[in-house]
Structure formats: structure tokens, C-alpha cells
Design a protein around this ligand. Structure first.
Ligand SMILES: Nc1ncnc2c1ncn2[C@@H]1O[C@H](COP(=O)(O)OP(=O)(O)OP(=O)(O)O)[C@@H](O)[C@H]1O
Ligand SMILES: [Mg+2]
Length: 240
């Protein structure tokens, strides 16, 4: 479905991504984990067309993505929930969701989708007319995901869904993601924390300093040890 190959992205002299290859198959939940500055946000921004790669290819269903207007990305079936959520704090929950629907022409289907999504995130229904800035961090994350879902993506990309959330709230957000994935939505999620990744992932990539240092199925990584070692860079060192 999504095929990223040989992707190199630079900010001036700094190489943020170095010949990265990542594949996301239909129906998968692929996670890219890595420490601060690994290049995770750069990866998603590049797929979303917000950054231009120095080299490499990004194909979605065999068509090149990136570099176009945001509407084009949306029309291709990709949506991004950016780092920090980017909700409009002074607008209501409803108005924030309207932003997600603006791009669509199929008004009747939009209403159905909104109902379905409010069913998945009941708190947003309760707070529908309230100001988004008054939502808790976890509620804001749900709003950002809900808004992206209203674009009807086939692939949803999320930048650090668990960032800044309490463990119980992370559980809720992950439960929603699991339900969406079970319902057929393909996910590409980047996380700094490895804590919940194996609960949901089909496959995991570990990114360090712009390079993929480990790629494997969640099954193969079940104990989490290999993932932790790759994450912290212990592999190959004598005494860890
Ligand atoms: N606009 C920018 N200009 C210059 N350097 C940047 C810019 N954005 C990111 N970088 C650098 O690129 C590298 C990768 O950054 P990126 O934001 O992709 O990391 P990340 O994995 O998302 O980190 P975090 O977990 O902290 O969000 C870092 O060294 C960062 O300092
Ligand atoms: Mg980031």
C-alpha cells in the first residue's frame, strides 16, 4: 500500500533521514519507534508532502505521493495527525471537526461518518459545542484523530499519539486505534515510547539518527528485548 524506499531528507547540512525504507501493507498497523531527534516526524511530514526529500521514492498504491497540496494527499487516501495535534483551541469541537470535513463533497456520507466517529469517541459528542482548548490532552488527541478520520483516509498516519498522556488515557487512545485497525483502517504510527507498541503493531521499525536499525514483525519482537536493544543502540556492544 505505502512503499517508502531509499528516502533521504536533509535540513541544510543535517541529514534527518538516511536511505530509509519502510513498507506498510493494507490493513497493517506499522509502528516506527525511535528516540528524540531520530527523524520520526520528518518521516511523516515527508510522506505528507510537507518536506521535499533529497532522494528516494514514496509510493501509495503504486502512485507517487508527496509534494502536492494537502487536498491531493487527502484525495489519494492519506491523512496525518501531526505531532502536537494542531487542534484549534478557541474553536468548538464541532468546528474543529468541520475542518476535517471541508474537503469532502459527499455531504450525506459525511453525516454518517460523523455519527460513526462520535460513536467511537463519545466524549467528543458530550463536548460537541464546547471549546476544544478546554479538552484534556487525551480528549484533544481523540479530536485530532476524529478530524483526520473525517477525511476518510485509507491510511492514517499519527505522530506520537501517546505523547504527554497519562497511562490510562494512552490505553483509551490505543483502544480506539485498535478498533479502527480491526475495522480495516491501515495505520502508520510513530512513537518515542515503546511501551504500548507491541499491543497494536503488526510490524515495527526502529529508527535511530535517521537510519532504520531494526525492522521486524511484532510476533518476532514479542519479548521487546531486541526492540529495546536497537532503540538504545546496545546491539553489538560488549557489555550493553
Ligand atoms: N525544521 C528543521 N530545521 C532543522 N533541523 C530540523 C528541523 N526539524 C527537525 N530537525 C532536526 O532533524 C532531526 C530529526 O527531527 P524529527 O523532528 O524528525 O525527530 P523526531 O524523531 O520526530 O523527534 P521527537 O521524538 O523529539 O519528536 C533532529 O536532529 C532535528 O533537530
Ligand atoms: Mg517528532
Amino acid at each position: 500500500m505505502l512503499e517508502i524506499s531509499d528516502l533521504t531528507v536533509r535540513y541544510g547540512k543535517l541529514t534527518a533521514l538516511d536511505q530509509v525504507g519502510i513498507r506498510v501493507g493494507q490493513g497493517e498497523a506499522v509502528f516506527v519507534v525511535g528516540p528524540n531527534g531520530a527523524g520520526k516526524s520528518t518521516l511523516l511530514k515527508t510522506v505528507a508532502g510537507l518536506l521535499r526529500p533529497a532522494r528516494g521514492r514514496i509510493d501509495f498504491d503504486g502512485q507517487p505521493v508527496g509534494g502536492g497540496a494537502p487536498e491531493r494527499l487527502c484525495r489519494q487516501g492519506l491523512a496525518l495527525v501531526p505531532e502536537g495535534r494542531h487542534i484549534f483551541r478557541t474553536l468548538s469541537v464541532e468546528e474543529n471537526l468541520l475542518v476535517g470535513m471541508m474537503i469532502r463533497r459527499d455531504r450525506a456520507a459525511v453525516k454518517d461518518d460523523l455519527e460513526r466517529i462520535l460513536g467511537l469517541f463519545p466524549i467528543l459528542r458530550d463536548r460537541f459545542r464546547g471549546v476544544a482548548g478546554n479538552l484534556s490532552g487525551g480528549e484533544q488527541q481523540q479530536l485530532a484523530i476524529a478530524r483526520a478520520l473525517l477525511q476518510r483516509p485509507r491510511l492514517l498516519m499519527i505522530d506520537e499519539p501517546s505523547l504527554g498522556l497519562a497511562p490510562l488515557v494512552i490505553d483509551q487512545v490505543y483502544a480506539s486505534l485498535r478498533a479502527l485497525n480491526a475495522d480495516g483502517l491501515t495505520l502508520l504510527v510513530v512513537e518515542q515510547s515503546t511501551a504500548r507498541v507491541l499491543d497494536l503493531a503488526t510490524r515495527v521499525y526502529v529508527l535511530r539518527s535517521g537510519k532504520v536499525v531494526l525492522a521486524d514483525t511484532a510476533e518476532a519482537l514479542a519479548t521487546g528485548v531486541a526492540m529495546e536493544e536497537a532503540y538504545f543502540g546496545y546491539a553489538g556492544q560488549a557489555n550493553g
